[in-house]
Design a protein around this ligand. Sequence first.
Ligand code: FES
Ligand SMILES: [Fe+2]
Length: 400
Amino acid sequence: METTSVDTNRLHSGSLYKRPPGTHNATLTEVGQGTPMGELLRRYWQPVALARDATTTPKLIRALGEELILFRDKSGRPGLVHPRCAHRGTSLYYGKVEERGIRCCYHGWLFDVEGHCVEQPCEPGGGAHRDKVRQPWYPVRDAYDLVFAYMGPPEKMPVLPRVDALEGAGPDQKILGEQKAFASGGPAIADCNWLQYFENALDTFHVAVLHSNFSGLQFIPEMAVMPEVKWSLTAGGVKATQHRQLDDGKLFLRVTEVLSPNVRSVPDAFGKKGPVDRIEWTLPVDDTHFTTFTAGVVAKDATVIRERRVLHNGKLWEDMTEEERRLFPDDREAQVGQGPITLHSDEHLATSDQGLVMFRRLLQRQLATVAEGKDPLGVWFNEAEAVIRLEAGNFFDAQL
Ligand code: FES
Ligand SMILES: [Fe+2]
């Protein structure tokens, strides 16, 4: 008689022996052209660089698994093109930027910021047929001290939205763009999938463990107690609302928000009051790397949106030893520690993960919407409607 007792014993014992290999949810995490999430992300304007990184020196950048050359022509227009020259394929990384575009180093073909070939110096008459050549390109725009690119289907290009949280800059203030991976320093491109970082904004409970015990107490003491949290759907995403009664009887409300598919708004963790005045995009560099771009309202003379969060003994991540990182882990250790792409098959989601689950389901619905040929949430085609509205912030003495 056949028996299944061996398998059953193995499952119940929890032994690692002959454990099946884990798998990740490719639909939610992979970002290349033609993948479901890659196509969803390509329906939005995505920040791909800081405004100050688009210069007359060609820069090789990576976004959504694609390598691209970013430049700014000498009349000030940003351009983003495929690295391989349309003539015979050498890299435009070695090109020279001029008034009207970027000139390839090999035979001098000159391409403008929309890929039009405007000069072919080796061809008779400067290139009678140059209008038959187009360097593959993406539309780019300067906004909020960042450079945004639209990498999706041309016929579906939406309006670049305004951000309500950034509209209130006073005369002594400005909008500043910033690129980083984690708030405590370290490389601006992190070695893990974008989603495990991104969904952490809804992981309210890790603050009372990771950031209050393991890292050392990093924020105001109110953040170190287990929060009361309610997750709910918003017009464009999911928000986590924490509320607690303070000692003076006032009510403290902290609202963290994510908008589909990759916008985060996490309020100041040191108790700065009021609605958020910054917004962050998580940009998947490829399937196993991400970076973030933030735009925030700051004082006119500021050079950072906020100081780096310090870790053990007042150190930044890059100044810590490996042993200190092991003893006092922070977000980078916890999230890169989940692996290049976390193994969703091996997760045991629990009550504290409700926000993540709600958001993953919302993403699945957005993927289905795009697959049906419809427009996902937060994509607008007329200027008046195209506004990203945020609900996040720290609200004291607020009414529930
Ligand atoms: S390869 Fe670029 S001009 Fe010839
Ligand atoms: Fe964190």
